[in-house]
Design a protein. Structure first.
Length: 501
């Protein structure tokens, strides 16, 4: 493999000795800083070329009042920085291959570093300060007045060049906040509590489809109490013979607690069926970890029940799709795309011998990805009754003579396009507006509202298309061609976004 150093001299990677590898790593870090500096310089230039004005802000306010929507703010950075023209973040983000929010963040950081954190910016220019650290300081100081940002700049600029870590960076910023704007500390606490949440991210997991992420932000004492309970359940699972890792047992413990089985688990003995799975007995008499008793030695206490309650489930099969709606615990619907044969297998009695879906059988679950048929059965429970509702025809229905699409038409479009069709946007289509690609005219021709003329757009993309100069068409193959306000074009496909000119 041939690489090139920052002086444009080629070298053979496979021929490097130990010391040469480390020197090459140092050189690669310098090249990385040069590349990131170049992107930051371009962000600064884009801001210079796209200045905003008070008149622009007034125009946007009129649009917001007329349409009842929130348009992106022109003042995206800290106090003392110039306004940015509406639509500038969206175009910059698309050219960068990132979402609009990420593009706006990069531009805001560029403005703060140029106008409020000039010493740190000089460190970036001299390649002594990595861009990611400089941007972190910009983000932390953005709510603060300009004089506080200048103080932080003076304090941190020489230290960042010496490799200062994030913890010290944050402490310095908080010290400035206490000295210059203590009211922000109160606001920080209020915002912290306002941000409390417990959310499940079903879009992608950590390593394989079918895994989700539970994100909890709340009172420290409450979360520590819950964590202690999770750890106690996980430890008990290990004592009863579960041979999974500690992390896996803790993940299982969430399901045990959610099903209300932890009381029996912590208060009794015996073999436990964690997460719907019976813990296997081991012939060697060894439990889940060294020194732990095996399931065979745990006594004859009551076993913790697996999921046994019956859950009413509705399946709305739609051209190979199904909607799973548990009536207990889960308040949202789970959309499973599945063919008729597999649906029959899932609906069959597992004890009848008619279930033949093998270990390799998979289904497509919205926001989760690919999951095995066996995994879907475990979600539904071993004794679930499945109810099939009428099929939704994705290719039929025609148009209607009104602005808002009927529910069946919205379902067609959402199933057809899984996410916002703006370049690089991945907002789930069920959270999007349905936009008329050719604008709806109240006194126009009949049938303007039809699936072929509708596409899911997140609110920001909808605003960009309606008010900020973006335009797009839906191609015959179901892809979308977008053109931004500068004339750059992007092809949006189910496989991703591709710049085309």
């Amino acid at each position: 493999m041939i690489e090139t150093d920052r002086l444009l001299q080629p070298y053979e990677v496979d021929g490097l000795v130990r010391a040469d590898v480390l020197l090459a790593v140092r050189d690669a870090e310098v090249q990385t800083r040069m590349s990131e500096r170049r992107k930051l310089r371009l962000a600064v230039r884009w801001c210079v070329l796209n200045p905003g004005s008070a008149d622009d802000r007034a125009d946007l306010a009129d649009v917001e009042r007329s349409y009842g929507i929130d348009l992106p703010d022109l003042h995206i950075a800290g106090e003392g920085t110039p306004l940015l023209a509406a639509g500038a973040p969206e175009a910059f983000a698309a050219a960068s291959g990132v979402s609009a929010a990420s593009g706006q963040s990069a531009l805001a950081d560029a403005l703060d570093l140029t106008h409020r954190l000039r010493r740190i910016m000089r460190g970036v220019e001299g390649l002594t300060v990595p861009v990611w650290k400089a941007r972190k300081v910009a983000q932390l100081t953005r709510p603060m007045p300009a004089e506080a940002a200048v103080w932080v700049d003076q304090e941190l600029a020489p230290k960042l060049a010496a490799g200062l870590g994030f913890v010290t960076i944050e402490r310095t910023v908080l010290a400035a906040m206490a000295a210059f704007c203590p009211e922000l500390l109160d606001e920080r606490e209020k915002q912290g509590k306002a941000a409390w949440r417990v959310e499940v991210d079903d879009r992608r997991g950590e390593g394989w489809d079918g895994t989700s992420v539970l994100d909890a932000l709340g009172d420290t004492a409450d979360l520590h109490d819950f964590h202690d309970l999770v750890c106690a359940v996980a430890d008990r699972l290990g004592e009863l013979g579960d041979t999974d890792t500690v992390g896996q047992r803790r993940a299982k413990a969430l399901g045990v607690i959610g099903r209300g089985e932890h009381g029996a688990l912590l208060g009794g003995a015996g073999t436990v069926a964690a997460a719907g799975d019976r813990v296997p007995e081991r012939s060697d008499g060894v439990g889940g970890s060294a020194g732990q008793p095996s399931a065979d030695d745990a006594g004859d206490g009551p076993a913790v029940p697996a999921r046994s309650e019956r859950t009413e489930v509705a399946l709305a099969a739609s051209a190979g799709s199904a909607t799973v709606v548990p009536s207990r615990r889960v308040s949202r619907r789970l959309f499973v795309h599945i063919d008729a044969a597999m649906l029959a297998q899932l609906n069959a009695d597992p004890d009848s011998g008619s279930v033949t879906a093998g270990a390799g059988a998979t289904v497509d679950v919205e926001r989760l990805g690919v999951a095995t048929a066996a995994w879907v059965r475990s979600w539904l429970g071993s004794d679930q009754a499945l109810k099939v509702t009428p099929v939704v025809d994705l290719g039929g229905g025609g148009g209607v003579d009104r602005h808002d699409p009927p529910p069946w038409m919205r379902e067609q479009v959402v199933l057809r396009d899984r996410h916002c069709v703006h370049p690089y946007c991945e907002v789930d289509s069920r959270s999007c507006d349905l936009d008329h690609i050719e604008p709806y005219r109240p006194h126009g021709p009949p049938g303007q509202t039809r699936p072929e003329n509708l596409a899911p757009l997140c609110r920001r993309a909808h605003v960009a298309k309606t008010h900020l100069g973006w335009r797009y068409v839906r191609n015959r193959d179901g892809t979308y061609t977008w053109t931004d306000s500068s004339g750059l074009r992007y092809l949006v496909t189910p496989e991703g976004t591709f710049p085309i000119g």
